[in-house]
Design a protein around this ligand. Structure first.
Ligand code: SAM
Length: 286
């Protein structure tokens, strides 16, 4: 029996179908089959999904399901699912529910005893993390940080002691601001800016937060971006006992390109000193 045919329980099935994040070839055979077999497809932007369906010659009823109609659309879909319809949920790109709408529908399905079946495939942060070169055995996926600076800084402060790779989704016009806040709050860490993954202009910029900030301030990046931040490296956190605080501040200014304030903050962080304490010590060393 076809997978998306009505289940014996009498209710339908919700399939969470991952779609390409750029390259249209990145879709599984099973995902294509499910999109062909289901009764309808719930999608974020019908025009976007129609392009994918046209590419694979699929003709199907589309229903919009996005952030702004989730509240009313989810119960409507449940009614169809309870009448044994099979529904594929897709987002504009990647895996639905991951920084995308869908959670409300999934939990409603479970409450109504409707089966939920994942159809795995692309997810931007997984591809970005895999190719980043940053430690991936343990990581923390944050998704989008708040767009307002004060809220963003607060969110970053809560990650100050996180030693695993941090993964963020970010809009291109906010990347420089986020890198600047991350450098200020998390300190000098290795980072990777994964841009347009799987697309023609795919690019991985690797460096320290300071280096990426310098690059993106000169030329703001375009396209879709996943930002990954590694744990502080040994190089930045092991204090060279022969080096005075003043020498380290000067090194961070000249070799790393930090301004005086950021260099002092970083040197203090490396030595476990409060900023005020470090400033006092710096004055004494003069
Ligand atoms: N559900 C999607 C997934 O599984 O990846 C993510 C949806 S979220 C609304 C979209 C964000 O993912 C973009 O703003 C960008 O930060 C990131 N993203 C999507 N496609 C990307 C790509 N090709 N390269 C890098 N980042 C991407």
């Amino acid at each position: 029996m076809a997978e998306a045919a009505n289940s014996s329980s009498g209710t339908g099935t919700l399939f969470i179908v991952a779609t390409p994040i750029g390259n249209l070839e990145d879709i599984t055979l099973r995902a294509i089959r499910i999109l062909k077999e289901t009764d309808l497809i719930a999608c974020e932007d019908t025009r976007q999904t129609q392009k994918l369906l046209n590419h694979y010659g699929i003709r199907k009823r589309l229903v919009s399901y996005h952030l702004h109609n989730e509240l009313t659309r989810a119960p409507e879909l449940i009614i169809e699912l309870e009448q044994s319809a099979s529904v594929a949920l897709v987002s504009d790109a990647g895996t639905p529910v991951i920084s995308d709408p869908g959670h409300r529908l999934v939990s409603l399905c479970l409450r109504h005893h409707v089966a939920v079946v994942p159809i795995p495939g692309p997810c931007a942060f997984v591809s970005a993390l895999a190719a980043s070169g940053l430690p991936s055995d343990e990581f923390r996926f944050i998704g989008f940080l708040p767009s307002r600076s004060s809220a963003r800084r607060k969110a970053l402060e809560q990650l100050m002691h996180e030693t695993h790779t941090l993964v963020f989704y970010e809009a291109p016009h906010r990347v420089a601001e986020t890198l600047s806040d991350a450098l200020d709050i998390l300190g000098l860490r290795p980072a990777v800016l994964a841009r347009e993954v799987t697309k023609i202009h795919e690019e991985f910029l690797r460096g320290t937060l300071a280096e990426l900030l310098a690059q993106t301030s000169v030329k703001p990046p375009k396209g879709e971006i996943t930002l990954l931040i590694g744990a502080p490296s040994e190089q930045t956190m092991v204090v060279d006992q022969r080096q005075s605080l003043k020498q380290r501040v000067e090194q961070l200014e000249t070799e790393v390109g930090l301004d005086r304030k950021a260099a002092l903050k970083q040197a203090a962080r490396e030595r476990g000193l409060a900023k005020r304490e470090a400033y006092k010590q710096l004055l004494q060393e003069r």
